[in-house]
Design a protein around this ligand. Structure first.
Ligand SMILES: O=C(O)c1ccccc1N[C@@H]1O[C@H](COP(=O)(O)O)[C@@H](O)[C@H]1O
Length: 224
C-alpha cells in the first residue's frame, strides 16, 4: 500500500530533515499570519532547499491574494499549492494556470453533506484535503488538532484522490487509516509539543505508528 505522508507547519531545519529522513513524501509550510506555524517565504525557501527532490514541497495558503502568492511561489518554488480557505473553483483554476502548479483544495468536514461540497471542484482541484471544522473561536482554518468522524469518508466516491487531516497523532493514525483507507495523511499539531513547535520524538512515534498500521493492513489483506 503506497501512502503519502505530509508533515505540515515546519519551521526548523531539524524538523524538516527529520520528516524526510522518516519518509515524509510531502513537507508543508504555512503562510497564514495568525498561525503559530507561519513562516516567512524566504525562510521557507531555505528550509525547502534542504529536501527539494526528496519530498514534495507544499505551500499552504488561505485565500491568498496575487501579491502574496507571487512572493511565496518565487521564494519557495513549491511543487503543490494547498488552498485552505474559501477559494472558489474559478480561483483554483486561475491560480493553477498562473503558477503552473497543481492545487490541493482543503475542505472542512463535520457531516456527510460537507463532502458534497467538492463537486464543483472535480476536474479542477488536483487533489482534495479533508480537515475537521475549526472549533468555535479558533482563528485558524486548519492546524487545530481536532479530528472529524472518519466514517464519513465511506460516502466519498472511490476515485477521488485526497489527504486525510485533522487531529491525527501517534495514538489515532492507525485507526484513521483502517477506517478510511486514505491514500494520503497530513499531520501538524499531533507531532508538536506546543502550537508551532515540532517535537522530533513525536514525529518518530507518528511514523512508527504509521508503519505498524501499514503492516497490519497488508497482513489483514493477505489473510482475506
Ligand atoms: O497549521 C496551521 O496553523 C494552518 C493554518 C492555516 C491553514 C491550515 C493550517 N494547517 C493545516 O491544518 C491541517 C491539520 O492540522 P492538524 O494536524 O489538525 O494540526 C493540515 O492540513 C495543515 O496543513
Amino acid at each position: 500500500m503506497t501512502l503519502d505522508i505530509k508533515i505540515c507547519g515546519l519551521k526548523t531545519e531539524e524538523a524538516v530533515d527529520r520528516a524526510v529522513a522518516l519518509g515524509a513524501t510531502h513537507v508543508g509550510f504555512i503562510f497564514f499570519a495568525k498561525s503559530p506555524r507561519n513562516v516567512d517565504p524566504a525562510d521557507a525557501g531555505r528550509l525547502a532547499d534542504r529536501v527539494r527532490g526528496k519530498a514534495r514541497i507544499v505551500a499552504v495558503t488561505v485565500d491568498a491574494d496575487n501579491d502574496d502568492l507571487d512572493e511565496i511561489v518565487a521564494l519557495l518554488s513549491p511543487d503543490i499549492l494547498q488552498l485552505h480557505g474559501g477559494e472558489s473553483p474559478e480561483r483554483v483554476l486561475t491560480v493553477k494556470a498562473v503558477y503552473g502548479l497543481p492545487a490541493m483544495k482543503a475542505f472542512s468536514v463535520r457531516e456527510a453533506d460537507d463532502l458534497k461540497k467538492i463537486e464543483p471542484y472535480l476536474g479542477i482541484a488536483d487533489r482534495f484535503l479533508f480537515d475537521a471544522k475549526p472549533p468555535a473561536g479558533s482563528e485558524l482554518p486548519g492546524g487545530n488538532g481536532v479530528a472529524f468522524d472518519w466514517r464519513l469518508m465511506h460516502s466519498l466516491d472511490g476515485g477521488v484522490d485526497y489527504m486525510l487531516s485533522g487531529g491525527l497523532n501517534r495514538d489515532n493514525v492507525a485507526e484513521a487509516l483502517a477506517v478510511t483507507g486514505a491514500p494520503g495523511i497530513d499531520v501538524s499539531s499531533g507531532v508538536e509539543s506546543r502550537p508551532g513547535v515540532k517535537d522530533l520524538g513525536l514525529m518518530d512515534d507518528f511514523f512508527a505508528a504509521v508503519r505498524t498500521a501499514q503492516g497490519d493492513i497488508a497482513h489483514a489483506r493477505r489473510g482475506m
